[in-house]
Unconditional design. Structure first.
Ligand code: FNR
Length: 360
């Protein structure tokens, strides 16, 4: 049979939709309630237009950038998403290998179906951050923080938009659960003593602590020397609080529209946050990135780096490590082309010769 070339990220989306079991596809695709915010994450990019400049010698370009001082090959990392083994047999281990090969940042989800030890062993030289939730049982959070710190994770990403799980209609209709052969491996046995599962599907109800508040940032800082990044900020007020609480970065995120339906598209929330933060800490974004020009728009509006959630899963569903590498390569190629056609450059971490002698 002839192989159709994969040309853009939506080709991977179509493949995944066709080949994954319906309940799995629905889980990955889900947004909360009427999915307004999920859909607006994508539509908002289409309302933004670039101002391309001409005759600026774009013969040399450099997509490298830094996050928290570490160089990555281009400003697109992997957002934390649960249950990669539903998309590909060795799940997060493939994600780790692909991101190591491409040299970008992989934020490992708390709800991984491989353990953090397996993930690190699969790609020992990968650059990784760990996404954390705060549990009612603080010991559980403490233990995982110490575990990932010892394993060489470089930052903690505290997700703050899930005091409770959003209402995702198809998951309720499908009674979505992790199949019995898969586990949230990081917590093997931990919750069983308490006879509770995990918050998101097969993940025990009521394990996340909905009472967490800003003071818990100090608690987390007391546990670790790792930089802390808060994921799920959508307003200038909370961005200011994040800076005041001494964290090292924020991810402007609405959880891919899976939590509060009716909140803003992340690209629309970015500007007030960047204006408020004024470069005091790094500002990243996720949600709705599907093309290289989306990446360029986010960087033009002040994001240091963006992260992809669902597109990474589609890549895994297509061909595991190779599929995710292809997704990242296509995004990198598109981003490079958009930068050149717009003659705008927001990258080039070490080599300042890109588009030389041109003010932006
Ligand atoms: C997520 N997201 C998420 N976030 C997090 O902090 N911890 C998690 O375990 C998960 N799990 C998860 C599962 C699935 C299936 C999806 C789609 C998303 C949110 C994720 O990190 C990110 O914010 C969004 O996915 C970004 O939007 P896009 O790129 O999917 O449009």
């Amino acid at each position: 049979c002839t192989k159709m070339p994969m040309v853009c990220l939506t080709d991977f989306e179509e493949y995944a939709k066709e080949h994954l079991p319906k309940a799995t596809w629905d889980y990955y695709a889900a947004g909360a309630d009427e999915c307004c915010t999920r859909d607006d994450n994508l539509l908002a990019y289409k309302r933004i237009r670039l101002r391309p400049r001409m005759l600026r010698d774009v013969s040399v370009s450099d997509t490298r950038t830094t996050v928290l001082g570490t160089e990555i090959s281009f400003p697109v990392g992997i957002a934390p998403t649960a249950f990669h083994c539903l998309a590909w047999p060795d799940g997060e281990m493939s994600t780790a290998r692909a991101t190591e090969a491409v040299n970008t940042c992989y934020i490992t989800s708390t709800y991984s179906t491989c353990s953090v030890e397996e993930i690190v062993a699969a790609a020992p030289n990968g650059y990784r951050w760990f996404q954390l939730y705060v549990y009612r049982n603080r010991k559980v959070s403490e233990q995982i923080v110490h575990r990932v710190e010892a394993l060489g994770y470089k930052a903690l990403v505290l997700t703050v938009d899930v005091p409770y799980t959003g209402k995702r209609r198809n998951d309720i209709r499908n009674q979505f659960r992790l199949p019995p052969h898969l586990k949230v491996k990081n917590f093997d046995g931990v919750f069983e003593q308490e006879n509770s599962g995990l918050e998101e599907y097969g993940v025990p109800p009521n394990t996340l602590d909905p009472s967490i508040s800003w003071k818990d940032i100090y608690w987390l800082q007391s546990l670790t020397r790792l930089p802390i990044i808060i994921k799920g900020i959508l307003t200038k007020e909370d961005a200011e609080l994040a800076v005041e609480h001494g964290v090292q970065g924020i991810i402007v995120s609405n959880h891919g529209g899976r939590q509060l339906d009716g909140g803003p598209a992340t690209i629309d929330a970015l500007l007030e946050i960047v204006d408020t933060v004024q470069g005091r800490i790094e500002v990243y974004l996720d949600g709705g990135i599907r093309t290289g020009s989306d990446v360029l728009k986010a960087l033009a509006l002040g994001a240091k780096c963006v992260f992809i959630g669902r597109p990474a899963i589609w890549g895994l569903a297509y061909k595991g490590e190779e599929g995710l590498r292809e997704v990242l390569q296509i995004l990198n190629d598109e981003f490079r082309l958009s930068m050149a056609l717009a003659a705008r450059c927001y990258t080039g971490s070490t080599d300042k010769s890109i588009y030389p002698n041109q003010s932006q």
